[in-house]
Design a protein around this ligand. Structure first.
Ligand SMILES: [Zn+2]
Length: 407
């Protein structure tokens, strides 16, 4: 599995928001084709790639029992926020707690004193990049773990399990991973993404998320002769932003179950200025409250200016997968049991973000997220421990058996 992982991370699969194709970048297709070849070599059946690059395959059942079909999913792309070219993975064998200086940029240093998760991995084999790029353990750790589990199950037909489906998807990091996922073709009653953090983590609650655009419309005229006429939309937007609470409801002041209203992009001119905001909460009602607050503040601003107006647009991004997963307690319970059988304690916490599972759950495929061992996502300090990846493989294999035993 280590060999697979080190090979996959060297393929540049950085996704690109500005691209309209799917996958958004050709490197993703390279990895997806490689995976197809390897799935065929391992003897899986129904190995296929659709027109959007989604790869699916089947591990045939080894039991006579009627067992629900379950699936495992990982995404092949890496974050567009960071360089993903020429990734040089380094394995720091039997890590002893010393500083890990990444050779291609010695200012990039992993210190156990600053990273409690790393401090907890003394004696493990830690994989990092070389200082210039991300590693891409998010989510090639998940990809390698699913491949390793598939290989293990194909080599051990004496292990009883039902039909297992496997899916590899593009463009998760740009929010499109579920766009073309054919839930019908996948044909599973539930799935697990392998795209989480430290060993034992199990996530089945995510943010609920909307994208809000507030456009202030002013009135432009020649600034030399503007007295009494001009209404400057740039200033309207600035006044709106100044009214947002300074000490709460922002990413920089919240954690745990707290949501936020986050202005992140301005398109500004005197005539019209748009403010783009991310709205986040753990409930749809909480989202609506925050949107109502933002709208009220915007209307207060224009109320003071004759000739100004405001236009508000809200687009749904995704919803808290808990709304769906609460209805499928066995999906979560089987995962807990598999984690325990791997000698770990399930660690359940809400994701302050979304996963492909947030969307897939609402598309009819209940999909919580399992740990893949990833740390420091989207950073040059990204790392993963080989031993955690082995635990993830073990958890997948146990999970297949738990479903069989409970059927
Ligand atoms: Zn990911």
């Amino acid at each position: 599995m280590r060999e697979r992982f080190l090979r996959y991370v060297q393929i540049n699969t950085r996704s690109d928001e500005s691209s309209t194709s799917c996958p958004s970048t050709p490197g993703q297709l390279t990895l997806l084709r490689t995976l197809m070849t390897e799935l065929n070599e391992l003897g899986l059946t129904d190995v296929s790639m659709d027109e959007y690059g989604y790869v699916m395959a089947t591990i045939p059942a080894t039991t006579e029992k009627r067992v629900p079909v379950i699936g495992f999913i990982a995404h092949v792309d890496t974050s567009p926020e960071m360089p993903g070219q020429d990734v040089q993975p380094i394995v720091h064998e039997n890590y002893q707690g010393d500083d890990l200086v990444l050779p291609d940029d010695p200012s990039v240093v992993l210190r156990a004193s600053e990273d409690p998760a790393l401090a907890a991995h003394i004696g493990h084999d830690i994989v990092t990049a070389s200082g210039l790029t991300l590693l891409g353990a998010d989510d090639k750790a998940g990809v390698a773990e699913i491949m390793a589990a598939a290989e293990y199950l194909m080599l051990h037909p004496e292990i009883p399990h039902g039909t297992i489906r496997i899916g590899f998807t593009p463009d998760e990091e740009i929010g499109r991973g579920a766009n073309h996922f054919d839930v019908g073709r996948f044909g599973a009653v539930c799935a697990y993404t392998l795209d989480g953090g430290g060993a034992g983590e199990l996530e089945w609650e995510s943010f609920a998320a909307d994208a809000m655009t507030i456009t202030f419309k002013g009135f432009n005229t020649h600034p030399g002769y503007a007295k009494g006429h001009m209404v400057n939309a740039v200033k309207l937007a600035a006044a709106f932003i100044a009214r947002l609470p300074p000490d709460r409801l922002s990413p920089e002041t919240t954690e745990g179950y707290e949501g936020y209203v986050h202005p992140y992009l301005l398109d500004a001119s005197v005539d019209r200025t748009s403010v783009k905001l991310l709205i986040r909460d753990f409930s749809t009602a909480g989202l609506e409250e925050k949107e109502a607050m933002a709208e009220r503040l915007a209307r207060e601003v224009i109320a003071d200016h004759k000739g100004a107006s405001v236009e508000i647009r809200i687009a749904e991004s995704y919803r808290n997968m808990r709304e769906i997963l609460e209805g499928y307690p066995e999906v979560i319970e089987c995962a807990r049991e598999a984690i325990r059988r791997s000698g770990l304690t399930p660690a359940e916490r809400p994701i302050r973000g979304g996963t492909d599972g947030s969307r897939l759950s609402f598309m009819g495929l209940p999909t919580p997220n399992l740990f893949a061992g990833e740390h420091n996502f989207h950073s040059r300090l990204e790392w993963v421990a080989v031993q955690d990846m082995e635990k993830a493989v073990e958890t997948i294999v146990h999970l297949c058996q738990v479903w069989e035993q409970r059927s």
